[in-house]
Design a protein around this ligand. Structure first.
Ligand code: G4P
Length: 527
């Protein structure tokens, strides 16, 4: 099976994450340019979900439709096959991003040099930490005024709670920005602001090379040497294993817009980033090099066409080789299925593929609600992949039927949208009402619109005052029952039938936690 091993070793499947506006789209596009996957800057940008006002969510849905093409961007770079998994920039789709992170082997975080670590970056880093995902950080927009690079490093360490190690270092910043010294490979790249052209490189032996003085002037060369000395004194030597263990994050500096520092990032990335890693199932750990195919659905993308409700289920190949028209077992349904038109995502095209390897993503057309997030496909073995948690939502509303003739359609619509992972459904055990929980306001509008246009069902929202929904469990059956009895007005079940406590304030939750020490409160659905 040399070829399977070769295919695995050359694959790099990752996501780029950032707070909106830090430069994720721009960086993605520049990586695609290097890979020859696109030929002009601006090609990805036009597909981006813009930071539209909430009322403009129709536009967002339209763009979401288009964005199937950019959900996964595969391309070859040298001997490597790279798969970039796109994550929505809009924070109301954060849950999509969390799930996408379960399908990647590593992550590049983009940080704006002026703004430093922002809220969404912090949240996404928590998900990476939970999964031990190796992280590389790209500090962007060095062509603009920003924070001192040493301060940025301190901020990254304290805010993202990970050790950092600079592998490149900027010479000045903003209007005086002259270039970046490549610590990893000992090179000097001079900054020439140009959106399409690649960097100019000065060949040097080491940091004492007089060519540096000639290129950037004596004063800046002296400052650079001083900085590098400080770096070597403060930060331990870069250790690849620590990076792979998610203990240290290498840091690069540059300007995505100017294609500066991007190639250095990419070249280092393909060398050190992990190839597909083992995947943990409830039954056992699955190695990518195993012969039998296995994979799981991490994302479902609905079609925008209301007349024929078709979806694409995105499957991450975990082991073996996925083959077109082979029989695979859909574990949850216990059914054999074969797929005659699986698609792969290369450059910006979507093509039917005959086979796919671990690390690859295949798109399976789904016309009948066959797939749910988290579903597993194998050659027959009973496997259930872990690690696709739902996160405790932050916004809640009662959903009410406004057309009694369409109750069936409404229920079916709600069920399928929840399977797609658009939001979470809780049924209040006290009054039997349905509560939808989301991470953003936008989802409520999306749900209402899609229920009407795809299922012909009408609904309205009613306010409910809730602080958090958390999953509860206990080893002590009696304690659990006592809790449920005491809080019976605030108990719900999720769509898998698990107990959920609806806390209406932070104080109530805190009190519940201290009054009922035998109950465990969970803020993700996987525990
Ligand atoms: P996002 O996906 O993380 O949300 O960020 P995106 O790439 O869209 O970048 C956000 C803004 O920052 C864009 O400007 C982009 O051009 C700019 N930008 C990205 N990288 C750099 C950089 O290295 N230097 C500078 N100076 N700016 C950068 P915009 O005005 O919002 O969009 P556009 O009208 O320029 O397309």
């Amino acid at each position: 099976m040399a070829s399977l091993t070769t295919e695995i070793n050359r694959r790099r499947t990752f996501a780029i994450i950032s707070h909106p506006d830090a430069g994720k789209t721009t960086l993605t596009e520049k990586l695609l340019l290097f890979g020859g996957a696109i030929h002009v800057a601006g090609a990805v940008k036009s597909n981006k979900i813009k930071k539209t006002a909430t009322s403009d969510w129709m536009e967002i849905e339209k763009q979401r439709g288009i964005s199937v093409a950019t959900s996964v961007m595969g391309f070859n770079y040298g001997d490597y096959k790279i798969n970039i998994l796109d994550t929505p920039g809009h924070q109301d789709f954060a849950e999509d991003t969390y799930r996408t992170l379960t399908a990647v082997d590593s992550v590049i975080i983009v940080v704006d040099v002026a703004k430093g670590v922002e809220q969404q970056t912090r949240k996404l880093m928590e998900v990476c930490r939970m999964r031990n995902t190796p992280v590389i950080i790209f500090v962007n927009k060095l062509d603009r005024e920003g924070k001192d690079p040493f301060d940025i490093l301190d901020e990254l360490e304290s805010e993202l709670k990970i050790k950092v190690r600079p592998l490149s270092w900027p010479i000045n910043i903003g209007a005086r920005f002259k270039g970046v010294y490549n610590i990893y490979e000992h090179g000097l790249d001079l900054f020439t602001p140009d959106k399409q052209k690649v960097t100019e490189r000065v060949e040097i032996k080491d940091v004492n090379d007089p060519a540096i003085d000639a290129a950037v002037g004596n004063a800046d060369a002296a400052k650079l040497r001083e900085d590098l000395e400080l770096i070597e004194g403060v930060y331990p030597e870069f250790n690849e294993l620590d990076y792979l263990d998610a203990k240290v994050a290498p840091v690069f500096f540059g300007s995505a817009l100017n294609t500066f520092g991007v190639k250095e990032l990419l070249d280092c990335f393909v060398r050190i980033a992990p190839c597909p890693r083992p995947t943990v199932a409830e039954e056992r750990t699955v190695e990518p090099g195993e012969n039998g195919f296995s994979g799981f659905v991490f994302k479902i993308h609905a079609n925008m066409d209301p007349n024929h409700r078709s979806c694409i289920a995105f499957v991450k190949v975990c082991s073996g080789v996925f083959r077109r028209n082979a029989n695979y077992k859909h574990i949850r349904l216990g059914k054999l299925m074969k797929f005659s038109a699986p698609t792969a995502f290369m450059a910006q095209r979507k093509d039917v593929v005959d086979e796919a390897y671990p690390g690859d993503i295949v798109g399976l057309p789904d016309n009948g609600g066959t797939f749910k997030i988290g579903d597993t496909l194998t050659e027959g073995e009973e496997l259930h992949f872990k690690g696709l948690p739902s996160f405790s939502p932050e916004m809640f509303k009662y959903i009410e039927n406004t057309d009694p003739m369409k109750t069936k359609q409404l229920n079916k619509g709600i069920e399928q949208l929840m399977d797609e992972g658009v939001a979470q459904l809780f049924i209040n055990q006290f009054n039997g009402r349905k509560i939808i929980g989301t991470v953003g306001q936008l989802q409520f509008e999306v749900i209402q619109y899609r229920l009407l246009h795809e299922y012909g069902a009408q609904c309205r929202w009613e306010p409910i005052h809730l602080y958090k929904a958390c999953w509860i469990e206990s080893d002590d059956e009696a304690a659990l029952e006592a809790f449920k009895k005491r809080k019976h007005q605030f108990m719900a079940i999720d769509k898998e039938g698990r107990d959920v406590f609806l806390a209406d304030s932070g104080y109530v939750l805190q009190m519940a936690q201290s009054d009922f020490p035998k109950i465990r409160f969970h803020f993700t659905s996987e525990f």
